[in-house]
Design a protein around this ligand. Structure first.
Ligand code: NAD
Length: 491
């Protein structure tokens, strides 16, 4: 592992980013006057404070979104599309600035942050294109008695709750389709990374999004505030990205008013390397699947199942690559892996590794936190991880690869599917038919076959089992913000 120098200061001033609530097109403090501190995970220094919304502020955001709903729903799709396209262009014009802001508040390496900005902006471009393609259907009833006309209408005021790990992309992946479909919304970003969300709100306003169509609130009491929103009858949609535990609670809250829910929850991705895999390609893919975002991704490869015939070769090559990763402050260009987002995340990663080692895992590289300020953990490879180790059953959300040997196809499919999660699986084999057979047997909403990355705005992203409900991206993501209305008629 290479440690990067910390001398350079970031060029972006977090103090220049709006930090009040964005409600009805205006920046406003919380009605209690309370603020939330925001920290830089590389230095542990406070970089800003943002408004801390109460239930009253949340309801004010619902008022604003409800007041704007009819006007936005009846805005011509072409106009909605052009506003989204303009938002894409503004994001790309400010990509370097946004990337640095993301690195400062989230800690991720600048290259990852730059990748995120491109990915995030693409949702605005994709949904600008989708806004004019909300096609309905018409058919003759099988009886011949009438016609069936189906139109896709906006579902209504939408509450969007996002995590800190992709502060720009998780927001645009919801705002893009919501706006394209004709919905107004209230975004509640994570308190670890609120500045990116406020920067996005400013970009959307500049792009021409009318007042009240997008509102952004930050709060240190997400349970009561989101709970109140979900009990307001004007709110018709919840789109949540975050942990499975919080997702379950929100589904219960949403049940009272039968709010339409789309849930993007946790993952526990298996990465399977068969005996006929191209090992160099598998190691390249593993580095992306594991180390994109420093391992803090719902799609991150969590469990590496490696055929016993290629285990040693793969383990040696992966360990060498992990050992060479440069770790340092997120915003420094030489950094490949930044810190974890906060102290609890660092504690969790340390605890999971210690637990695996106590159960017999061998540390091939890394295995401890860095002795410096910031929430840094060394890129780590563990081999012979015992089946009952915590990190095989729960998301580690850090730069740790856990290796397990297997012998045959049936065994590895059983191991891969032995989890409550079902977001993504990675498969490496040079036999395409074998890869497709295995892909069909894996309980996952997405399979990467000989690739380390699945995310694509044009593809339906989402999970099976307790990894979620519904899909984001593609045309599927647009339909999540619509209701099918059927008219029975005859002529
Ligand atoms: P989290 O569940 O703790 O928080 C997510 C969001 O929910 C934050 O905005 C948080 O403030 C809010 N929240 C927390 N408690 C709440 C409550 N009681 N009521 C309402 N809102 C509440 O998750 P996190 O730690 O921010 O993010 C990491 C998790 O997100 C991981 O599990 C990861 O797998 C998941 N994730 C999933 C996807 C996906 O597309 N499936 C993408 C990114 C992250």
């Amino acid at each position: 592992m290479t440690s990067v120098a910390t001398a350079d200061l970031p060029a972006v001033d977090p103090g220049s980013v709006p930090s009040d609530l964005f409600i009805g097109g205006k920046w406003t403090g919380a009605c209690t006057g309370r603020r939330i501190d925001v920290f830089n995970p590389s230095t542990e220094e406070k970089i800003a404070t943002v408004a801390d919304a109460s239930v009253e502020d949340g309801i004010a955001a619902v008022e604003a979104a409800a007041a704007a709903a009819e006007g936005w729903a009846s805005t011509p799709p072409r106009k909605r599309a052009e506003i989204l396209r303009r938002a894409f262009e503004l994001m790309m014009a400010r990509a370097d600035w946004l990337a640095e802001l993301i690195s400062i508040e989230n800690g991720k390496a600048l290259a990852d942050a730059r990748g995120e900005v491109n990915y995030a902006a693409e949702f605005f471009r994709w949904y600008a294109e989708e806004a004019v393609r909300i096609n309905g259907e018409i058919s003759i009833a099988p009886s011949g008695a009438n016609r069936i006309i189906v139109q896709y209408q906006p579902v209504g005021v939408s509450v969007l709750v996002t995590p800190w790990n992709f502060p720009a992309a998780m927001a645009t992946r919801k705002i893009g389709p919501a706006l394209a479909a004709g919905c107004t919304c209230i975004l509640k970003p994570a308190t670890e990374t609120p500045l990116t969300a406020f920067a996005m709100a400013a970009i959307l306003a500049e792009a021409g999004v009318p007042a009240g169509v997008v509102n952004v609130i930050t709060t240190s009491s997400p349970g009561p505030v989101i709970g109140a929103l979900l009990h307001d009858p004007r709110v018709r949609k919840l789109s949540f990205t975050g942990s499975t535990g919080v997702g379950r609670q929100l589904l219960r809250e949403a049940a009272d008013c039968v709010v339409n829910c789309s849930m993007e929850l946790g993952g526990n991705a298996p990465f399977i390397v068969f005996d006929d895999a191209d090992i160099d390609a598998a190691v390249d893919g593993a580095m992306i699947a594991k180390m994109r975002n420093g391992g803090e991704a719902c799609t991150a490869a969590n469990r590496f199942y490696v055929h016993e015939a290629v285990h040693q070769n793969f383990a040696e090559k992966l360990s060498a690559r992990m050992k060479a990763v440069s770790v340092g402050d997120g915003w420094l260009p030489a950094t490949a892996c930044g810190p974890l987002v906060n102290a609890p995340s660092l504690r969790k990663v340390s605890e999971f590794v210690d637990d695996a080692v106590a159960r017999g895992a061998k540390v091939l590289t890394g295995g401890k936190k860095l002795d410096r300020k910031g929430f840094f953990y060394m890129p780590t490879v563990l081999a012979d991880v015992a089946p009952d180790s915590k990190l095989l059953h729960d998301e580690i959300f850090g730069p740790v690869a856990a290796l397990v040997r297997f012998k045959d196809d049936d065994e590895v499919v059983r191991l891969a599917n032995d989890t409550e999660y079902g977001l993504v699986s990675y498969v490496y084999t040079q036999n395409f038919a074998r890869g497709m057979r295995i892909a069909e047997r894996l309980d996952a909403g997405m399979v990467a076959l000989n690739r380390g990355l699945v995310s694509d705005p044009a593809a339906p992203f989402g999970g099976m089992k307790q990894s979620g409900l519904g899909r984001e991206g593609a045309h599927h993501g647009l339909l999540e913000f619509t209701e099918a209305k059927y008219v029975a008629t005859s002529w």
